[in-house]
Every structure is written in C-alpha cells, then in structure tokens.
Write a protein that binds this ligand. Structure first.
Ligand SMILES: [Zn+2]
Length: 194
C-alpha cells in the first residue's frame, strides 16, 4: 500500500533514484548496534505500516551519555537511529520493531506515531548554543534516504518531532537546517557523494 502523501510531495524520480542507487550497491553505511529494552512489536494491521520518518534532536552533553540513557531501563526512550556528533550511526531498534521516540503524536489521520514511524535522532546539547555538524547531516541524509527507499516513504513524510507533537515538543529545534538535510538526501539519492 502506498502511504498517503502529506504536504509537498517528493518527485517520484527521487524514489527511482534511490532504487537504482541501492541496486548499484552504493550504500555502505557503517552502523554500530546497541541493545535497549525500550521497544516492542508494531501493530500487525495497517496502523503498523511504516509511513513516516520522525527527526529528533536529543539534548545531551555527550554522545556516550545519550547512548547510556537510551540503554537505561529507567529512560523509557529509544530511537531506531542516533547520529552522533562525529557522524557515527548508532542503531538501537530494528526497523520492523516499534521504538519509543514520538510519544503522544499525530499526523494526518494517524495518531500514536511510534506505530508507523522510524525515529532518527541527532545528538545535540539542545540549548541553541551548539549547531548540528556537517558530519551529522551527511550521515542523517544517508540513513533517511535508505529508510525512504526501503519503505517507499516520500520526503513529505519526513517530519520533525515538533511538527507531530506541537505544543509538547520542540526538537529538533529551530537551528536544525532542513534544507541541509534535504540536500544530503538528494545527493545521496543521486549517488553524487563518495
Ligand atoms: Zn524528539
């Protein structure tokens, strides 16, 4: 089933690019796996179809601290992917499982978006004093482009946590440069980066 597209649709050509790019074996993303207790099965009906990517910023002073917090049984928080300040990609939850990142959330006629989304988080201190790094946009672009390809997700369904939990969440915050992320997704999709 095709996900319903919201907002400005991505050109279908990008999806085609992504497919051919994958076939050519251009994806060589190094991912470090970690365990977390904060995950469970997606619903086995249409509510559990993956139709969105939700982008987060995690307020933490160090990548190691954020990783430890996601692993901590007390946190009740997880993301599928965390992009460290050095651009390294950490995975905590398989994409077919539900990670606990969005909480109370809604988009279109969907609610409880942990059911139908993949959470990608970029490490940041959350104060506004630390910009996201070039390496993080590069890695996030690769991760998000690959997710879009795997699940046929249009760019219009790549959304910020602030957009799906308005009034409750503000990450990835105003200093997250969406145009920068889009440019990296496009470049990776076209296979233009080394
Ligand atoms: Zn968030």
């Amino acid at each position: 089933m095709r996900p319903r597209s919201m907002g400005v649709p991505i050109p279908q050509s990008l999806v085609e690019w992504l497919r051919s790019w994958r076939k050519e074996g251009k994806v060589e993303l190094e991912v470090t796996r970690h365990e977390t207790p904060h995950k469970n099965a997606r619903p086995q009906d249409r509510r559990g179809l993956v139709t969105m990517v939700i982008v987060h910023g995690d307020a933490g002073r160090s990548d190691a601290g954020t990783i430890a917090w996601i692993r901590d049984p007390a946190s009740m928080v997880s993301y599928h992917y965390l992009i460290g300040r050095d651009g390294k990609v950490h995975q905590f939850v398989d994409e077919d499982m539900r990670a606990w990142h969005a909480g109370q959330s809604a988009w279109g006629d969907s609610t409880h978006l942990n059911n139908c989304s993949i959470g990608v988080c970029l490490a940041n201190d959350g104060t506004g004093g630390e910009g996201y790094r070039h390496e993080q946009y590069d890695s996030a672009g690769r991760v998000v482009a690959a997710i879009m390809e795997r699940h046929s997700i249009p760019l219009s369904m790549v959304r910020g946590h602030d957009e799906v939990s308005p009034g409750r969440k503000t990450d990835p915050w105003s200093w997250f440069d969406w145009a920068h992320l889009y440019s990296r997704i496009g470049l990776w999709a076209a296979g233009r980066l080394p």
